[in-house]
Design a protein around this ligand. Structure first.
Ligand SMILES: [Zn+2]
Length: 498
């Protein structure tokens, strides 16, 4: 329909009538609800919690705020609102604030329409251009947000008629007839919040002492960390009052949902390179690291642990496996649980430590989390499975000098003499005739599981060996132990853990 509409006259004769952006989004949402279309594609785990509240806020034509910790898809939800806008809208060509040709705000457009009348051409603005996003920081100014005027020109031209002509528009007027998203609202200085409130409430704002009238039409949406938002004095009360809905986001409630998000977001399908096949238990361990981190008292709860932690961790896990496959000329990349330790660089930067955590150090906290995650995933899968034969092999002095760079053939070769290990690996889900990288990964999972359960031990220089006795804890390393004196044939002189 819109393609045939080229002038203001065409537009007037069409079915288009001015309507506010909130009404437009509401109307389009109602259409989607009627036809059962998915509302926020790619947003997982919010169907019963966040999305119903969002729908209500939009139906109520509210400005709203999403309150949540980092990495809870807040920005993504706000960007998803774009899909609720009309595909395109008619605007006065060249107008910086996207004036509606049938209801222009700015003086320039009103003058132009008066001169050209129905013959004035119109332009079409796609919906992607109607979303303006700003990260709030303490140094954001009124000029950034609302705009600036040249005081000399303003004084020369008189105040009312030409004020807009001397105005350099900020982000908010440029979002007119669209969505204006402010991330981390509490970081905005108080006087900018006052400016935002005035625009919302009265449609005018003072700039450098000059009153500017801007009856803007925007849907204002915000995000904030809940603690900052509720802290006294962080948000001016009248602005808070004008935010119709506060909606709380959350981390995935189940590992299943969390894995689905990570599967969707992580870059693991490395087209053009080797085939990547990630065992389910590796995905589970990666996800469990985030769950454990969120529950860990050494980690600061107020800043949270983003869903970006498992996402970038899984990417590094795949890369470490890719590196190993390339070094060993293997045709398929199958990550192992030990690869998660190689992903420390994506873990340590993604949480803030409490004092107790500072004492232990970020790297050690992360290692503890991985080990505990591996233990939890292993225990769930091997509940009631007898692992004693394997543990006994180590107790009798067996050692396995393996590392995360050991080839699949080496892992299988080195562990061939460990009775019962292959059966346990099959219990992890590898079939009898599976390619070597899958078998090696499953063996690694079993060994890491037993290590996490402290039934065997592992050190960087010796690989896997018998568990260290719980007591006595006196500098055992200095003294020669029984294991040291038993030579164990391993058939390989490789370097151990690196
Ligand atoms: Zn205009």
């Amino acid at each position: 329909m819109s393609a045939a509409i080229q002038t203001l006259g065409d537009l007037r004769r069409s079915a288009f009538r001015p309507r506010t952006v909130k009404q437009e989004i509401r109307d389009n949402l109602i259409c989607k609800l009627r036809t059962n279309e998915p509302l926020f594609p790619g947003i997982i785990g919010y169907d019963e919690s966040v999305i119903p509240q969002l729908v209500n806020a939009i139906l109520s034509r509210h400005n709203f705020i999403l309150l949540g910790l980092r990495g809870q898809a807040k920005s993504r939800i706000l960007r998803g609102l774009v899909d609720l806008l009309d595909e395109r809208i008619a605007v006065v060509p060249g107008c910086e604030i996207h004036d509606d040709p049938m209801a222009p705000l700015c003086a320039a457009c009103r003058t132009r329409i008066a001169e050209e009348g129905d013959a004035m051409p119109i332009a079409w603005l796609p919906r992607e251009a109607r979303f303006v996003e700003k990260l709030a920081t303490p140094d954001v100014t009124i000029a950034d947000m609302v705009g600036d005027i040249d005081p000399i020109k303003a004084a020369q031209g008189g105040l009312n008629l030409s004020d807009e002509l001397t105005m350099h528009y900020g982000l908010l007027p440029r979002a007119n007839r669209g969505i204006f998203a402010v991330n981390e609202l509490p970081d905005l200085a108080g006087k900018i919040q006052v400016g935002l409130f005035n625009i919302l409430q009265e449609g005018d704002v003072q700039i450098k002492g000059y009153p500017i009238r801007l009856k803007l039409d925007v849907l204002l949406v915000f995000t904030a960390n809940p603690e900052d938002y509720t802290a006294r004095g962080k948000i001016i009360t009248p602005l808070k009052d004008r935010i119709g809905s506060e909606i709380r986001t959350h981390y995935p409630a189940t590992r299943h949902n969390a894995m689905a998000i990570t599967r969707q977001e992580a870059w693991t399908d490395r087209t053009g390179a080797l085939e990547v096949d990630i065992p389910e238990y590796v995905r589970e361990v990666v996800e469990e690291v985030a769950f454990q981190a969120r529950a860990e008292r050494k980690i600061d709860k107020r800043s949270g642990v983003s869903q970006r932690l498992p996402i970038s961790t899984l990417e590094l896990v795949v890369s470490n496996a890719e590196r190993r496959a390339l070094a060993n000329n293997e045709a398929i990349v199958v990550p192992r649980v030990t690869d998660v330790y190689a992903a420390l660089p994506s873990i340590t930067g993604k949480f803030e430590l409490e004092y107790e955590g500072e004492l232990r150090g970020a790297e050690q906290v992360a290692r503890d989390l991985i080990r505990s995650a591996a233990g939890s995933v292993f225990s769930a899968r091997f509940d009631g499975v007898d692992t004693r034969t394997v543990v006994e092999w180590f107790d009798l002095g067996g050692t396995l000098p393996l590392s995360d760079t050991s080839s699949a053939d080496d892992v299988i070769g080195e562990t061939r003499s460990v009775q019962g290990l292959r059966e346990l690996a099959e219990h992890a889900g590898v079939k009898g005739g599976a390619p070597a990288p899958f078998v090696a990964s499953a063996i690694d999972f079993v060994l890491e599981g037993l290590y996490a359960q402290k039934k065997i031990s592992r050190s960087d220089d010796r690989g896997y060996q018998a568990a260290e006795p719980a007591a006595p804890r006196r500098s055992r390393r200095e003294e020669p132990t029984a294991e040291d004196s038993i030579p164990f044939p391993t058939g390989s002189k490789k370097k151990y853990y690196n």
